[in-house]
Write a protein that binds this ligand. Sequence first.
Ligand code: ASP
Ligand code: MG
Length: 423
Amino acid sequence: MALLVMKFGGSSVTDASAMRRVAQRVAASHRCGNKVAVVVSAMGDTTDDLLDLANQIAPGPKPAREMDMLLSAGERISMALLAIAIQELGVPAKSYTGAQAGMRTDTSHGRARLLDVQPGRVRSTLDEGTVAIVAGFQGISTGDDITTLGRGGSDTTAVALAAALDADVCEIYTDVDGLYTADPRIVHNARQITRITIEETLEMAAHGAKILHLRAVEYARRFTVPLHVRSSFSDREGTHILVGRPLTEDTMEEPIISGVTHDTSLGKVTAVGIPDVPGAAASVIGAVAQAGVSIDMIVQNISTSDARTSDISFTIPEAEGPDAVAAVRALQATMGFDDVLYTSHIGKLSLVGAGMRSNPSVAAKLFESLASAGVNIEMISTSEIRISVICDQADVENAVRVVHTAFGLDAEEEAVVYGGTGR
Ligand code: ASP
Ligand code: MG
């Protein structure tokens, strides 16, 4: 007998029949003798629809407290319907809001962080043999107001609940069969990954893979929650994400490259002609960080040997471009640099694999394959288990396909995409 957390994303519960299908799965797991806690997202596009509705009423900024009240309703609808569907199958089930499930957060509406998880009611429900269903993406703040965890936050709810319950595994059900070596919507013969380390999963999630929410993966690593990503539309085994296990001989046998991810939502800021003195980078990057912009890749180069100036370029989410440019511009006069340039439509391709740690030929092969495809590399950054390149957004999809093939990742069969969103 195991204690499981099963998480179903919005694309797994789009309508009544999908809800019944999910209920069957939950009931089957319960009948096997497992204690089952379920975390569910809002049905289909409900969250977007609620946002649209609010925008029609107030096009400008809206009261954050009320927005959280509104958006948290999507998950409440799902949890109640799922509880009804499970009971209809003769299995006892009870639903709980995030607050009832003990999800205590800070007070930042719309992007609240979990501070404490006390799932006492969920635990006693499981102990009495009842399925507990918890609304994803929400909690209650230290000021007793309803909060939401940010878009895609139900993954984090699931992992946090699994950690607090000391669950054997957190199963993430989605609309594809697991993690893939590339986005199957772009690389049709992407290969499904059977098992992967949490470190690689973290790099993939941080660099564009959309299947798991980055915060949830970070949480899983921190609290060593084993994750199992699989489809709610098939019985395939899916992907097991290994946590708290150093690379051993048997995991070393895994392929050198685990996957190719991409991101097409970036912009690039360049401060041109910065005096080459200590503290220059600290001022520029510090100002951007101060403006609340998340910086991804940073490159500094000496523009000419005698001018004693350098350029600093960094990439950011495209949506945060204007804030980043404003923050750097504000420094221009005092620091005395020449110009601030901004490019939108920046793309990024990342190659991730624990096996590349000891394999220097990986970078060379990556650059060769990009060159053969005529892709111009603008920036490069690496970690121990990742190489990322920045290129034109228009080149990214082709680059992903070329690199995927070059590293021998193409599968024989086509990947199946059951739904539309990858959540
Ligand atoms: N329903 C929320 C969203 O669409 C949370 C989630 O799906 O994880 O962002
Ligand atoms: Mg959703």
